[in-house]
Ligand binder design. Structure first.
Ligand SMILES: *[C@@H]1O[C@H](CO)[C@@H](O)[C@H](O)[C@H]1NC(C)=O
Length: 160
């Protein structure tokens, strides 16, 4: 190879390396979670009645665009839904839960890497228990206490 040819070849190799390293590749499990691309995959939210003594859990979940309706969950059952965030950082779901004469109202999905970690980048599992609402920390395999029950109930029509 002449000197010019060798230089051209070297530049070509450099260009190929530069292109391939700047192209987003499919993320490996456990990698690339901070770049925001994960927001666009399908997420699965679970609201579980994990209470004792056959308590019925009143549940009403919503996002800005969707009202997921009222569900009365018997003990040991869950309501769940899937979605794909459309706009980076803009997707928000929240739920109102109530039983007896107590309630809790809280976000169940928002743009938060700590949340995504606990959901294992796929499944956010919120469980109502006798003393409050827990979020499953899937990688570390335990239920994390997140919200205590507040006294009283809100009107079913103004549950958020
Ligand atoms: C759920 O239970 C409440 C009472 O706590 C009742 O008013 C409501 O109609 C029930 N809704 C459904 C969809 O079962």
């Amino acid at each position: 190879m002449s000197c010019v040819c060798r230089t051209m070849f070297f530049l070509l190799v450099l260009a190929i390396i530069a292109i391939s390293s700047s192209t987003p590749s499919p993320s490996e499990p456990g990698e690339g979670h901070t770049d925001g691309f994960e927001m666009y995959k399908t997420w699965h939210i679970h609201a579980v009645n994990g209470m004792s003594h056959e308590k019925i859990l009143f549940l009403h979940c919503k996002s800005g665009d969707n009202d997921l309706g009222i569900h009365n969950l018997t003990a040991g059952t869950e309501f769940n839904w899937k979605f794909k965030p459309q706009i980076l950082g803009k997707t928000l779901f929240w739920c109102y839960m109530a039983w007896g004469n107590v309630h809790a109202s809280f976000k169940v999905f928002w743009d938060d890497n700590d949340l995504f970690y606990r959901c294992n980048w796929k499944n956010c599992i919120w469980t109502a228990k006798d003393d409050g609402v827990y979020l499953k920390n899937i990688p570390e395999n335990y239920d994390e206490f997140r919200h205590k029950w507040e006294p009283g109930r809100l009107d079913a029509n103004s549950t958020m």
